[in-house]
Each structure stands twice: as C-alpha cells, then as structure tokens.
Write a protein that binds this ligand. Structure first.
Ligand SMILES: Cc1cc2nc3c(=O)[nH]c(=O)nc-3n(C[C@H](O)[C@H](O)[C@H](O)COP(=O)(O)O)c2cc1C
Length: 169
C-alpha cells in the first residue's frame, strides 16, 4: 500500500474542513426549552457524552447562533436523541424559528426543559460550563434526569445527509 504523507502547514479552507468533518458520522439531538413562555430550540450533531460521575454531556454551538443566547437563559434544558424517522423534524429544528416545533409532540418539565415525546433518549440538564472554542462554544451540560428506549434506530448525520444504521443480524 502506498501511503501519501500528510502535508503539514496546509492552508485549510473551510469548505474542505467541513467535508472532512462530515466523514465522521454522528447522531443528532434536539436542545430545547421554554423561555419566556416560548418553545425555543435547535438541532445539534455535535452532541457527545463526557462523564459518568458527575453525569455530563456536551454539544458545540456556533457563536453566530441567534437561538443560543435565549436558550441558555432557561432554568433547565431538554435534550432529545433523534430517531431515524426524525429527518424532517431535524430539518425543521434547524430552520425558521417560528416553525421549529410544528407537528412535534413535546413535553415541558416544570423547570422548562422541553423534550420530544418519541425521542430515543431524553435528558433533563443544566449548564455546567461554557468553553470558548474558536467560532463555537462547547456547552457542557449536567444531567438531572435520563430516560431511553431501545426499540428504534437513531437518526444518523453523515456527509451533510441523513442516513440510518441497518438492523444487526
Ligand atoms: C443535522 C444538523 C446538525 C446541526 N448541528 C449543529 C451543531 O452541532 N451546532 C450548532 O451550533 N448548530 C447546528 N446545526 C444548526 C442549528 O440547528 C441551527 O440551524 C443554527 O443554530 C441556526 O439557527 P439559530 O440562529 O436559531 O441558532 C445543525 C443543523 C442540522 C440540520
């Protein structure tokens, strides 16, 4: 096998970087809450588990986000792992704010955390820490309640498109 060495000191343009990042498949979560009586939220594929003790997860939010400054004011945030049938819901959660929760069944906790009723996993969280990281902020969340189902497959985001895992034999 011929191995071509990685060329260092590349002038990395954002398009190539986006494509390279897109090679890595991920799930997608909805981050949502009621803020000033309004459902507020967005879709994020940057979710990752972080720590078991204390229970922490994270996602990264673009500093250009118009929703995050409102969402971060919520007492509690809801986080829902989307299922493979949530492609359209995901697109909506990333689209115009006034339609993000159209035709989506959600439940709000007393603290304002909003989760999707048919999500694969639902978390109730508060912000543990926000870490500046370039043009994004890494948001570390502390979990207060967790619920999950094993019956459906996750929505998969890969190379800027939605896919699904195949059932194992
Ligand atoms: C599949 C998918 C994954 C996304 N992942 C992220 C993410 O991890 N972080 C982020 O800031 N925005 C992400 N977005 C974009 C947001 O959902 C939203 O469109 C963006 O924040 C702009 O809306 P806003 O200005 O209301 O925040 C993603 C969108 C899609 C469709």
């Amino acid at each position: 096998m011929t191995v071509i060495p990685l060329q260092t000191n590349q002038d990395i343009d954002q398009g190539r970087l986006r494509e390279a990042f897109g090679v890595f498949p991920s799930g997608v979560v909805a981050v949502a809450a009621e803020v000033d009586g309004e459902r507020t939220g967005l879709a994020a594929s940057s979710f990752t588990s972080v720590s078991l003790d204390p229970p922490l997860v994270s996602f990264s939010v673009a500093n250009s986000s118009k929703t995050w400054p409102d969402l971060r004011r919520a007492d509690h945030l809801g986080l829902t792992v989307l299922a493979d049938h949530h492609g359209e819901v995901c697109r909506r959660l990333a689209g115009p704010v006034e339609h993000r929760f159209d035709d989506v069944r959600v439940t709000a906790s007393a603290d304002g955390a909003v989760t999707l009723d048919d999500g694969l996993a639902r978390f109730d969280c508060t912000i543990h820490r926000e870490v500046e990281a370039g043009d994004h902020t890494i948001v570390i969340l502390r979990l207060h309640a967790v619920e999950h189902t094993d019956t459906s497959l996750p929505l998969v985001f890969h190379r800027s498109a939605f896919g699904r895992l195949s059932e194992s034999a």
